[in-house]
Design a protein around this ligand. Structure first.
Ligand code: DC
Length: 225
């Protein structure tokens, strides 16, 4: 059986950055499941669907599109129907739509099956909201990263400025978005964000990325022995 590191937690806890760094250092395949929901959201927006009302069409899109995570040796690149959408899926519009499509149980089922398939025969570090609760409840390592919403908004705001993504958003707008997503992510009927049984909670509020990385690595290496 493959070795699975499941990392869950709300947005802005550094899951993506941590998973990427650890994947490189411990030779694990990094799978960003949020990017997959973002791809469905982007495909919906491209076809003129802007909310959850057209449920059947969204499910049809989730069944139809091809999502790939390719690793170029440095980082993962996200392809939607063979088009590199790595940057496009980070826009504010896609972010809000991703939260909506991820609330549809049928869409989740399609994504969860795809995530399990992607991990077949690989040693992976997979990050998302429901990895340790739904996708791999038997993962060898389960970690829940947390931080206060203010600190997460602070990080996301800085990241936006640095990367030039959503750089017109104020700190207050970023905080509001994070709080709304927290609410939506933890109140949906299927795959809601929660701490899995047996998960180790790491509160990153006062930690640097380097410290979080070392802590998570220590937990993984302890289990991998
Ligand atoms: O981690 P992220 O911000 O890229 O996630 C985008 C959206 O997808 C977010 O609203 C939560 C949802 N998501 C999910 O429901 N389940 C996952 N395993 C990963 C993300």
């Amino acid at each position: 059986m493959s070795f699975v590191v499941a990392i869950d937690g709300p947005s802005g806890t550094g899951k993506g950055t941590i998973a990427k760094l650890i994947a490189q250092e411990l030779d694990l395949v990094n799978i960003d499941t949020g990017a997959m929901y973002r791809c469905i959201a982007l495909a919906c927006l491209t076809e003129g669907i802007t909310n959850n009302e057209e449920r059947e069409r969204i499910i049809e899109i989730a069944r139809r599109v091809e999502i790939q995570i390719r690793h170029n040796g440095v980082e993962q690149e996200i392809f939607l129907d063979n088009r590199n959408v790595s940057k496009e899926i980070r826009s504010q519009e896609v972010t809000m739509m991703a939260s909506q499509v991820s609330a549809i149980p049928e869409v989740r089922e399609i994504m969860v099956n795809l995530q399990r398939k992607m991990a077949e025969g690989e040693d992976v570090i997979m990050e998302g909201r429901d990895i340790a609760t739904e996708v791999f409840p038997n993962a060898q390592v389960k970690i829940y990263l947390d931080a206060t919403s203010e600190e997460r908004a602070n990080r996301r705001y800085k990241e936006n400025q640095e990367k030039g993504i959503n750089s017109d958003m104020t700190y207050e707008q970023v905080l509001k978005t994070i709080e709304k997503r927290d609410y939506d992510d933890s109140h949906r009927t299927v795959g809601a964000l929660k701490i899995a049984e047996g998960a180790i909670v790491v509160d990153t509020t006062k930690m640097t990325i380097e410290e979080v990385k070392e802590k998570v690595k220590e937990i993984i290496l302890e289990r991998r022995k």
